[in-house]
Design a protein around this ligand. Structure first.
Ligand SMILES: CCCCCCCC/C=C\CCCCCCCC(=O)N[C@@H](CCCCN)C(=O)O
Ligand SMILES: [Zn+2]
Ligand SMILES: [Zn+2]
Length: 478
């Protein structure tokens, strides 16, 4: 059975229905297969070669040879594509993804080696398959098809593929933004990774829900340190640098930041989803003004849903000591916090200082930024409605709601270029999948990867309307 044996059935046929039937189905299948092979050949994507422009040029020959596409390398490794539209009066939009990945160790308990790109039981395994090679390949494959088909987009669009998103995007995304600013570009909307279709992750919700994140949390990394003169382990002081610092981080863990559930974009998210929850949760979710504190207490029991409730606190590094019989003169810990939309960096710092409550513990901000603005999602918001329509084209009965990205994305650097920034990929995630991000056994199903290509292929075409129709209902009927 071929990798994309479903390509001959309903799913693919639906998208090629607008093309030339069987002929294009063959092309699509062939190219999906090729792209899936590329994704499976994880080594080529997950190592530096991925940043070799020749590699992408070979995989997507039409993209790289089309007169409609201008490609440039930014900061040596990031890619900026401009796909010219036939109607220059239409404001362009931008798609983002990134080619870099977090490390993965062969020593961890991966079911298949993390850089093998091996396929098992319908899933392609490998570091980057979820975060964020699926988007990279989905966007480029969809562009390849649409160009092969001879389709000229009416609305021009940019594609930005960063190479350093996992370390803040300071070379990739930041320089892409600089270039676009220099060129006077303003974007109708921006679409990046950061949220998805959740199926069974939100307990009590019947069926999957596509959550288009309209904002992302702020973040800070704090360095906590304690210093004292070193001494002999046989005459220990009553408290050591390690003990003092351990107690401080323990206080932070035992005193989570306050519950803010309902006060950020997650409020709108749950109100939109309310009618899909089973009784009595549907009633509870419809009345967040009254029940938010109760829901927060339930959601905080699970680490994924807890992230929607508050600013989170993660002690990620602890370094101290040089020798087992020397009292350590210095101990340091790093605390990674993700700031809820209803809080500011300043408020978080004040709270940490008060919880640590020990002047011997020095607190330094390694970096920090406030939560991102909330992008519009009403019926007149072009980007949100077009993304929603594209999801509904693929999954007609899907519930689509605004959501919140609990991590950070390159899109945060684009806030001066657009007030409509969305984070969403059409991958369907189930219980257990959240732990695969930056974790072990990162994988994408064949269906998710196929869906990614379909989604962007449809999105390019859906963006070609000049403006939204008057009523939201009719957007889906376009
Ligand atoms: C963090 C994953 C949480 C999974 C929650 C499952 C529900 C949402 C479903 C899918 C969307 C997940 C999108 C994850 C995007 C992750 C982006 C990322 O890793 N960003 C980094 C940037 C690092 C910048 C330097 N510190 C991050 O936030 O750490
Ligand atoms: Zn990512
Ligand atoms: Zn990541």
């Amino acid at each position: 059975m071929g990798l994309l044996s479903s390509a001959g059935t309903g799913k693919i046929v639906r998208i090629v229905g607008k093309m030339d039937g069987a002929k294009y189905r063959d092309i699509l299948e062939e190219n999906l297969l090729e792209s899936a092979r590329e994704l499976r050949l994880g080594r080529r994507f997950t190592f530096q070669q991925d940043n070799d422009p020749k590699h992408k040029a070979k995989s997507f020959p039409t993209v790289f040879s089309s007169s409609k596409v201008k490609h440039e390398l930014v900061a040596n490794y990031s890619h900026l594509f401009w796909v010219q539209g036939s109607r220059p009066e239409l404001q362009p939009y931008m798609l983002l993804a990134h080619t870099d990945v977090v490390p993965a160790s062969e020593d961890d308990a991966w079911e298949v080696p993390p850089f093998s790109g091996d396929e098992k039981d319908g899933f392609i395994y490998g570091r980057g398959t979820m975060d964020d090679k699926g988007s990279v390949m989905g966007i480029l494959a969809a562009l390849e098809y649409i160009l092969m088909k001879g389709y000229t987009p009416q609305r021009g669009f940019y594609i930005g593929l960063g190479h350093d998103e996992e370390v803040h995007g300071l070379n990739g995304a930041v320089n892409i933004v600089r270039l676009l600013k220099e060129r006077g570009v303003k974007l109708l909307f921006v679409l990046d990774e950061g949220s998805a279709i959740l199926d069974g992750i939100l307990k009590g919700l019947d069926g999957p829900a596509a959550l288009i994140a309209t904002s992302e949390k702020g973040a800070t990394v704090l360095k906590l340190s304690v210093s004292m003169p070193p001494s002999h382990a046989s005459m220990p002081p009553r408290e050591t640098t390690i003990g003092i610092l351990a107690a401080a981080v323990k206080r932070l863990e035992e005193n989570p930041m306050k519950r803010l559930f309902g006060l950020g974009p997650e409020g709108g998210m749950f109100e939109h989803l309310a009618h899909k929850f089973r009784f009595p949760l549907n009633f509870v979710m419809s009345n967040l003004w009254l029940f938010a504190p109760l829901i927060a207490r339930i959601m905080e029991r699970n680490e994924t849903t807890n992230a929607f409730v508050r600013t989170t606190t993660a002690v990620t590094m602890f370094n101290a000591g040089v020798k087992e019989n020397v009292i350590a003169s210095y101990a340091e810990a790093f605390v990674n916090m993700r700031i809820h939309s209803a809080q500011t960096l300043k408020e978080v710092l004040e709270c940490v200082e008060s919880t640590v409550g020990d002047p011997r513990v020095k607190i330094e901000v390694v970096y920090g930024f406030d939560p991102l603005p909330i992008s519009p999602y009403d019926e007149t918001s072009f980007g949100f409605q077009i993304i929603k329509k594209t999801v509904l084209d693929m999954f007609p009965s899907m519930i689509v709601a605004p959501g919140m990205c609990i991590a950070n994305t390159d899109s945060r650097h684009f806030k001066d270029l657009s007030s409509s920034i969305y984070r969403f990929t059409p991958a369907i995630y189930k219980p257990g999948d959240a732990q695969r991000f930056h974790g072990i056994n990162e994988r994408t199903s064949r269906e998710n990867y196929e869906g990614m290509v379909q989604f962007f292929f449809r999105l390019f075409q859906n963006c070609d309307i000049k403006k939204l129709p008057e009523s939201h209902t009719s957007v889906h009927e376009l």
